[in-house]
Design a protein around this ligand. Structure first.
Ligand code: TA6
Length: 296
């Protein structure tokens, strides 16, 4: 279903039989809503984000490509989140053995202007799908279509904003004991000391070689988000806390309490593609009552 958001921006709404739903804006190819069968919003989107007409949308799942953060000369987090994507009305079929029925494919094409900033031709296909149990699955396929034999390299992240009841009541499992870079402390490499990750101040870390499954446990809501990733070795964890939030135009002062970014990414080792080569990066999210989550 194609429709328009409050600012007139076009979006696609996906609905699954049990009542789960998701929305994707063509602006940024950005998922801005994922609701469970009770209609609860599972992603955080700033109330200031979508009403404005231009600039990146704060919340949902911005796509950081071809550059994560300021790790390069491009605009922060790359241009993909600030371009209008196209809908592919005739997408390649799903694999035969899948239980997925609801999906949409978006394509990012560069303008001649963009080619001056990033002189590489590529095909970027983002498939947003809802699984039969309401899982949200994002699959990015990026192919080098340069005709002059040149490879290119990029960094990438699914900058996922989870909606949480109260950040002080949230714990992440799966990242303890990993090495990380701390954006707040410069270029040094640190190692987590073994405890589950909890929040009591600003956090902005890139965990390296994170496992394929990470759990985000919201004690107050008694809800656990399970994040599965493939092709994306790193995981960024970000919460701006109170002081930083106040400096951020798009966030209300108290928003930091209700959001947590956990972002499957490829940052430490950029992906390099030769002409004709394709890379695939997949993220699968599910939200389950914490009593169902056994940690397995
Ligand atoms: O992923 C974490 C981060 O890189 C932070 O450093 C923080 O600035 C955030 O992304 C949001 O960036 P944005 O450009 O959307 O305000």
């Amino acid at each position: 279903e194609r429709t328009r958001g409050p600012s007139g921006l076009e979006k696609i709404v996906l609905r699954e039989a049990r009542g789960f739903s998701a929305e994707v804006y063509l602006y940024g190819g950005q998922v801005t809503s994922w609701k469970n069968d009770h209609g609860d919003e599972l992603l955080f989107v700033s109330s200031k984000a979508i009403s404005k007409s231009i600039g990146a949308i704060s919340g949902g799942i911005p796509i950081c490509f071809p550059q994560f953060g300021t790790h390069g000369n491009l605009e922060k987090h790359g241009f993909a989140r600030n371009r209008l994507w196209l809908i592919d009305d005739n997408p390649p079929p799903l694999p035969v053995n899948t239980s997925i029925k609801t999906f949409a494919d978006l394509i990012l094409k560069l303008s001649e202007e963009d080619l001056k900033i990033w002189p590489h031709r590529f095909e970027f296909r983002l498939r947003v799908a809802l699984g039969p149990k309401g899982d949200l699955i994002l699959t990015s396929r990026i192919r080098n279509t340069n005709t002059d034999g040149r490879p290119f390299s990029f960094t990438f992240a699914y900058h996922t904003y989870f909606s949480v009841s109260d950040i002080s009541e949230v714990r992440i499992e799966g990242l303890e004991t990993l090495d990380y870079f701390d954006n707040l402390k410069g270029k040094e490499r640190f190692t987590e000391q073994g405890d589950a990750i909890v929040f009591e101040s600003e956090v902005d870390k890139i965990y390296l070689d994170a496992p394929p499954k990470i759990a985000i446990i919201d004690h107050e809501k008694k809800r656990t988000f399970v994040l599965r990733k493939d092709g994306l070795p790193d995981a960024v964890v970000w919460n701006p806390w109170d002081k930083k939030s106040k400096t951020m135009q798009d966030l209300c002062d108290e928003d930091y309490k209700h959001m947590l970014c956990v972002e499957p990414a490829a940052i430490e080792k950029p992906i390099t593609l030769k002409p004709g080569e394709e890379w695939k990066g997949r993220m699968e999210l599910s939200a389950v009552p914490s009593s169902y989550y056994s940690g397995q």
